[in-house]
Write a new protein. Structure first.
Length: 108
């Protein structure tokens, strides 16, 4: 019986370490790509240089998105959160501080 349990855990296990590393590497690549897409979005859309301070990858059963947060360089009170689809790198929902909203409205 003990042998069967050992064989079961060995065959089912937690996955091969290299497959776990590949998943983490792919996740990190997605996060970097989403962060770069957010930086490019603010530069092209509003001519603003931003610094990314947080990234949160949503579970795939929720959405194929990474929420990217940060602020305008030199203005830490001008904060934002932007969702980026990590498969297409399209930007989605943008939430911003009142300070950033005021600056963006003057640029439109």
């Amino acid at each position: 019986m003990l042998t069967l349990l050992i064989l079961f855990f060995v065959s089912v296990g937690c996955g091969h370490p290299s497959s776990i590393n590949n998943d983490n590497r792919h996740g990190n690549e997605s996060i970097v790509a989403a962060s770069n897409a957010a930086i490019q979005y603010f530069k092209e859309t509003y001519d603003l240089e931003v610094q990314i301070t947080s990234q949160n990858k949503l579970p795939t059963y929720v959405a194929d998105e990474i929420d990217v947060g940060g602020f305008v360089i030199g203005h830490p009170d001008q904060t934002f959160n932007l969702s980026v689809n990590y498969k297409t790198l399209e930007t989605g929902h943008l939430v911003m501080s009142p300070e950033l909203d005021k600056i963006i409205k003057t640029k439109e």
